[in-house]
Write a protein that binds this ligand. Structure first.
Ligand code: SAM
Length: 262
């Protein structure tokens, strides 16, 4: 039986495949969010700590509680943030094991589309943040073609390998984020798009990294070798190299922020 779930079982592989992308989007996101220093944060779906690290390095948090259902991701997060005021635990966005109003801010970085009941996940973030506190998120605009490696996914689909997407990709549309935040009673809601680009030293580097994502390698293994070779050439044709052989790839995310009413 085919396993169609995306699992994150390698925090180190995640770093090159997606952690670096998350930090590129997180940079613009944090400038827009403009949080104060000294906040108590909950980082929901913290993964391998890519975004948590930015909070620690830039916003002098009183503490960050990371929570994620992947032990492999959490192990990487713990190792990268030794000595920082952070704690990580296993758990799910739809059942946060924290008291009402326990944090100044809750955030989901590239997570909302993985939550099977996104409204429940947003309600949980609103519940655990104090009145006046911040609830925010950013997520790839997958349906708008903004996913990093979308070219790879599209070309695989054309060769008969159906993409495996997270279960709630519609929740990452900008109007859906606005509705989710309003639906749980958050106020001062704002949304924006975030465009990012990442440069790879050459096409082969991009090609290798693009295969480290969850579920990509098994799909390639199931394709005929001739189709994999064709795929590689079609993806290469979509990503022209500059004079130095570098590939620059663009992606786009949608972001939302709001406050718990006072
Ligand atoms: C694309 S990664 C984002 C990780 C990190 N926030 C970052 O910015 O790099 C998505 C993360 O969501 C986690 N996740 C999946 N389902 C979840 C759920 N129901 N509740 C909380 N986290 C979930 C995954 O384990 C994974 O670590």
């Amino acid at each position: 039986m085919q396993d169609n779930q995306i699992r994150f079982d390698d925090g180190a592989a995640y770093e090159d495949f997606m952690g670096k992308w998350s930090q590129l989007a997180g940079d613009t996101f944090l400038q827009w969010l403009a949080p104060a220093d000294g906040w108590r944060w909950v980082d929901v779906g913290c993964g391998n700590g890519a975004f948590t690290e930015m909070l620690v390095q830039r916003h002098a948090p009183a503490g960050v509680q990371g929570i994620d259902p992947s032990e492999a991701q959490l192990a990487f997060a713990r190792a990268r943030l030794v000595g920082a005021p952070v704690a990580f635990e296993l758990g799910d966005a739809t059942a946060l094991p924290y008291a009402n109003g326990a944090f100044d801010a809750a955030v989901m970085a590239l997570v909302i589309f993985f939550v099977p009941d996104p409204a429940k996940g947003v309600a949980e973030m609103a519940r655990v943040v104090r009145p006046g506190g911040s609830v925010s998120a950013y997520a790839w605009d997958i349906l708008g073609g903004g996913f990093p490696f979308a070219a790879m996914q599209e070309e695989m689909a054309l060769l008969g390998s159906t993409p495996i997407w997270p279960p709630s990709i519609e929740a990452a549309r900008i109007d859906a984020l606005q509705a989710l935040w309003a639906g749980v009673g958050l106020v001062d809601i704002e949304t924006r798009e975030i465009e990012v680009e990442r440069t790879f030293s050459d096409f082969d580097t991009f090609w290798v990294i693009s295969q480290t994502g969850p579920r990509v390698a098994p799909r390639l293994a199931a394709m005929a070798p001739a189709d994999v070779a064709l795929l590689k050439e079609r993806v290469r044709a979509r990503l022209p190299a500059d004079a130095a052989g570098r590939i620059t790839y663009r992606a786009s995310a949608n972001a939302v922020k709001g406050h718990v009413p006072t």
